[in-house]
Design a protein around this ligand. Structure first.
Ligand code: ARG
Length: 458
């Protein structure tokens, strides 16, 4: 029987054990639980709540348990419910009576809040690093293909030419917002809840600032009821992770489209492609498809946790144990996705010529020709209309705009002159020369700015 069931006269039903145990997943908190307990034991001794000798034996017992866990020798018992009770019981077995003093001035409620915040802080740091890694890969690819032009799309219809580097830097921006968002999330996660007890605080003269210092927290929580029952930080991580995955799913979708025979803009490295069990010719972008697909799981975890927390009365309720699996899976999935997408981007082959050829189709210069007419005095709205008619004329004849003669142009507006013919993909791109535009001058500035971000501050 568990060491905390004094109030109850029977062992717990087997089925209940299985239903309520969190050890199958919260074992992952073992390092944080042990670090938290070591700090707590030290603090108890400093405050004269337990004897220094007792603290020493607790600390060495906990260290030994950590080694056992890492060597696969520690026996986790589901009847001990969770990681906290498993470690405490293991400690009592190992060091006897002193082990029973560790839980003085503490509850599992502040303990689990502490452990999970410590885990979250690490997950946030790792997520931000991996986001940065993907930013670097995108930036390298953009720099290596600085001059490459491609069609830009709206409605997935050819719209205006852009530089590939400009397109890639759009993702750099999204990832920068993700890094910032996780940074914001870190501020609210970096708050130390220990000392909140079960709900009301603890009746001992503890030193919460010392605990925060030992455990590397910037602040201590200010309300025990809130500290016990707050899982906002889990939800914030899941929300930021959902946004991050949404961005990655858009990149994945473009990788899928661009590697199709119809676009033929890129080729995936064989190490990042799969094949078909029946069609021998296939080279499939399954990895990118799974990035797109796994995004759904993260949205699910976010919705699940918001729903679990909805209308829960203060303070701790066991419902909150449901926080962990979705949280762990969100972080695991996002981290793995970031690694795999970084690998794709690092090894992708850009088919520059095909991108360039594609800029010759789809009447991408129609806006520039309308702007040309504006330059000759035509109001934009009527210039737009003239160009619409000209494009329709060219479409009917199966011709590109540059295949029409000047005489044909002049049928639509007498303002067209020989110089209309000097409008090209390159002049179109160079014309978008404001901050945030695709002109080489602007893109070079953006590349330099991005390089500075990845090689220094955030
Ligand atoms: N296993 C629990 C959880 O994950 C730990 C806290 C348990 N507290 C309690 N009063 N049963 O939330």
């Amino acid at each position: 029987m568990s060491h905390i069931r004094g109030r109850l006269n029977k062992a717990v039903d087997k089925l209940v054990n299985k239903y309520t145990a969190s050890i199958p997943f919260d074992w992952r908190l073992y390092q944080h639980d042990i670090a938290g307990s070591i700090a707590h034991a030290k603090m108890l001794a400093r405050q004269g709540i337990i004897a220094p000798k007792e603290a020493e034996s607790i600390v060495s017992g906990l260290k030994a348990i950590k080694d056992e866990i890492e060597q696969g020798k520690f026996q986790f018992k589901p009847e001990l419910e969770d990681i906290h009770l498993n470690i405490e019981a293991g400690l009592m077995d190992k060091i006897g009576e002193a082990g029973g003093k560790l839980h003085t001035a503490r509850s599992r409620n502040d303990q689990v809040a502490l452990d999970l915040r410590m885990w979250a802080k690490e997950a946030i740091a790792e997520t931000r690093n991996k986001l940065r890694g993907l930013q670097r890969a995108l930036l390298d690819l953009a720099e290596a293909n600085k001059e490459v032009a491609m069609p830009g799309y709206t409605h997935l219809q050819p719209a205006q030419p852009v530089l590939l580097a400009h397109h890639l830097l759009a993702y750099f921006e999204m990832l920068q917002r993700d890094i910032d968002r996780f940074g914001d999330c870190l501020k609210r996660t970096d708050v130390m809840p220990l000392g909140s007890g079960a709900l009301a605080g603890v009746g001992y003269n503890i030193d919460r600032e010392f605990l925060a210092g030992e455990l590397g927290f910037s602040e201590i929580s200010q309300n025990s009821l809130d500290a016990i029952s707050d899982r906002d930080f889990v939800i914030e991580y899941e929300a930021a992770a959902s946004l991050g995955m949404m961005h990655l799913s858009r990149l994945a979708e473009e990788i899928i489209l661009w590697s199709s025979a119809e676009f033929n803009f890129i080729e995936l490295d064989d190490a990042y492609a799969t094949t078909s069990s029946i069609m021998p010719q296939k080279k499939n972008p399954d990895v990118a498809e799974l990035v797109r697909g796994k995004t759904g799981r993260l949205y699910g975890h976010l919705t699940a946790m918001l729903t679990t927390m909805k209308a829960l009365p203060l303070a701790y309720n066991r419902d909150m144990q449901e926080d962990k699996e979705g949280f762990f899976d969100s972080a695991d999935t996002l981290l793995a996705t970031l690694e795999v997408v970084t690998g794709i981007i690092k090894t992708i082959r850009v088919k520059k010529e095909n991108m360039k050829q594609a800029t010759q189709r789809g009447y991408l210069l129609a806006t520039d020709l309308a702007d040309y007419l504006v330059g000759k005095g035509e109001p934009f709205r009527s210039a737009h209309n003239i160009m619409g008619k000209l494009v329709s004329y060219a479409v009917q004849r199966g011709k590109a705009l540059n295949e029409l003669s000047l005489a044909e142009y002049k049928q639509f507006s007498p303002l067209f002159g020989e110089d209309a013919k000097s409008i090209t993909t390159e002049t179109s791109i160079a014309a978008r020369d404001n901050t945030g535009g695709t002109a080489p001058k602007q893109v070079n500035k953006a590349l330099a700015r991005a390089r500075k971000i990845v090689s220094g501050g955030s």
